[in-house]
Design a protein. Sequence first.
Length: 161
Amino acid sequence: MFNQCKIPLAYPFQVLLNHYLHYICIISLLWRVSNKNNFLLRGINILVAEDNKLNQKIANFILLKQNANVSIANNGEEAIEMLKEKTFDVVLMDLHMPVMDGLEAVRYIRQEMKSNVPVIAFTASTFDDESEKCLAAGMDACISKPFDATVLCSLILKLKR
């Protein structure tokens, strides 16, 4: 009666357990970052273009802990509008977003806006062809998700204007 769909009764528990383990890993990462030098990115204006709310929160937390000034765009079109209104030192751009994806947005930033703001691609893929597409579109670097916070911070410091 309780298991009419023929899924083992342990299934909901396992899904819940995997969900919590995922968040425990994230909390562990955030704890490590929050206990490091918190002034690496002081005063750097960073635009994060990311449609996934959890990824937005993680990036925002890490960057704010390093005293960066963070603005969030939910897609490439919002990122372009924000770049027209404000000067940013670095843009972190997800590749796969609704409305306008990261590749299309960076092409617009480079070709139409004639901006040379450093753009770092966030990608879930680690394939070389994805990195090549990013660099060909005009991005300055790629970092795969989940990213190492210290690698991200050093990349931002290296590329910032």
